[in-house]
Design a protein around this ligand. Structure first.
Ligand SMILES: CC(C)(COP(=O)(O)OP(=O)(O)OC[C@H]1O[C@@H](n2cnc3c(N)ncnc32)[C@H](O)[C@@H]1OP(=O)(O)O)[C@@H](O)C(=O)NCCC(=O)NCCS
Length: 158
């Protein structure tokens, strides 16, 4: 099955965000999240069979740079115009090079095309600055994972 790709179908960009469906992309999606969100934080127990990754309205996404997976995230639609961004991760050796911004650009485009007008995220404390740089604003500063939001652009060109 052909995987939907963003931001375009012409592959003019060196990077694309794909909706995960091929086995090799599922493997890369889990490898990146396991390494970045668990192993690098000293956590164990990553579950590659977690049902949340396969639920209706949940979209695992992968950032490919020249066909090499470098980042992963999941977009969870809520049923209205809002969606939650989950488990954003860029491979450790690729961090700080603008790939997180690329991943979120593709994710936003994907979300807009699914009728999403407002994104929400439970951010890791040390990632709040990343979302701030991308135009997100804090709506709940307290707690271990501050909640941030971003209104998406709408319109035919987007
Ligand atoms: C957070 C993460 C996704 C950012 O991806 P990245 O590829 O390193 O970020 P980029 O290089 O695209 O940075 C984009 C912008 O955000 C800024 N930024 C990135 N990480 C930041 C941080 N931790 N704090 C403050 N600003 C940050 C960059 O300076 C850059 O700003 P600029 O474009 O104005 O110069 C990545 O570092 C990562 O996977 N971290 C570990 C897991 C994690 O914390 N995930 C988030 C869970 S909510």
């Amino acid at each position: 099955m052909k995987e939907p790709i963003f931001p375009n179908d012409e592959r003019e960009d060196p990077w694309i965000v794909v909706q995960v469906s091929a086995d090799e992309h599922w493997n890369a999606y889990h490898d990146i999240r396991r390494a970045v969100l668990f192993e690098a934080r000293g956590l164990i127990g990553y579950d590659a069979n977690h049902p949340d990754d396969r639920r209706d309205g949940h979209f695992p996404l992968l950032l490919l740079l020249e066909n090499t997976p470098v980042g992963a995230a999941r977009l969870d639609l809520t049923g209205d115009e809002t969606a939650w961004v989950r488990t954003v991760a860029i491979s450790e050796e690729c961090q700080g090079k603008g790939y997180g911004r690329m991943l979120m650009t593709g994710l936003e485009k994907f979300a807009s095309q699914h009728g999403v007008e407002r994104l929400l995220v439970n951010a890791a404390r040390d990632a709040v600055g990343f979302y701030g740089a991308l135009g997100w604003t804090v709506v709940e500063a307290g707690g271990e994972n501050p909640v941030l939001t971003k209104e998406l652009r709408t319109g035919p060109e987007w």
